[in-house]
Design a protein around this ligand. Sequence first.
Ligand code: BG6
Length: 468
Amino acid sequence: MDMRFPEGFLWGGAVAANQCEGAYDEDGKGLSIQDVLPHGLKGPVTDAPTPDNMKLVGIDFYHRYKEDIKLFSQMGFKVFRTSIAWSRIFPNGDEEIPNEKGLQFYDDLFDECLKYGMEPLITISHYETPLQLARNYNGWADRSMIGFYEKYVRTLFSRYGGKVKYWLTFNEINSVLHSPFMSGGICIPKDELSEQELYQAVHHELVASALAAKLAHEMMPQAKVGCMILSMPVYPLTPAPDDVIATLKIEHQNDFFGDVHVRGRYPGYMLRYFKEKGITIQMKPEDEEILQNTVDFISFSYYMSVCGSADPNQKAGLGNIIGGVPNPYLHASEWGWQIDPKGLRYVLNRFYDRYQKPLFIVENGLGAVDELVDDGNGSFTVWDDYRIQYLRDHLIQVREAIEDGIPVMGYTAWGCIDLVSASSAELKKRYGFIYVDRKDDGSGTLNRYNKKSFGWYRDVIQTNGKSL
Ligand code: BG6
């Protein structure tokens, strides 16, 4: 098979502001929930930023972005996905006037991308709710978040409409069901949060997301807006019909989000779920109409698949925010995430069968421990053949899906430069083509070094996939 990808395929890489920028209190930035989450999903939430929080400095992208964008351009990136730190623009989240210095930073960053012909792909909210919105309003549990988000979004669209064509409304919007604080700024501890409260918060996010699509289409006719979903295919552990139905129900918990974004209304299986659980979503009269503002494309992260089982004795294994029963046929990464390249072809087919919308893979990659060694030419490198293997295996499956007739817009490898992990807040879990000299004790020069995968990815992009 000719491994070349379609003309104009958007090759690139992805990061998120809170995991790379650092400069957590510079130029008027307010605190975000990440600044008080030094150990990621494991918690605890601290009262104030603590020195053990790796994200406060990150990889210092805030000051070094020019050097980093240049390196991305050397790999030939056509697109660069990052997020805007909400609390750089509205430090507390509920101010009247945005912070000009924050706005200027992203102007400069986007100009730098455009200088190299790289399209910015921007996540409006990536796990970085302003801390004051979490503390004072309980995050997305409160309906007033819709208004704060709307104001933020209007500010971004009117400022960057001429520079940014691709927008994502919420990172992994379905993750709020599993990680209400990190994903939704909801301060009530997860085990005390009722499903009523949780699904009400989901409703607020869905309305806000549809509102963003509406505003984008009105304010920037050239723009394309996507939802962003944490995709994790669930295979029945056995062919037993009970396992198949259990699997369907788990899938529905994720499908729900795409269904609303693409079809503009709540699906029947969710209405049934709400009824059976005694959940009543409080809606304003305008909500139904707002939800009809659907997205132009579907973007998603893909790292792993899991199994579904009706057997309560089957224990969930580790995973990317959402876990699941491990698959006996798959091996796992050092962090216990089961590696399944074919699952990416499966998920692309599944999304397209369901929605017939263009798809964008905006996260995929391998988190691994890397060793920086002498490259024999007076510098240092990482011989990360394991990462090349992982990415190659997945990209081959993307090519298969394209052959299946699926319109895939692009692929942005996660953590194209090493950054602080979201789930465990550590730097030793590295994804990058570029190594950053910083360790979890805070030591290191912050110098950048190209890994072996840097040259490999450059060749893949240059040959539009042929060198795979
Ligand atoms: C996704 C997030 O869940 O997975 C990213 O959108 C995150 O923010 C990525 O970094 C990888 O997860 P982790 O925990 O290895 O950083």
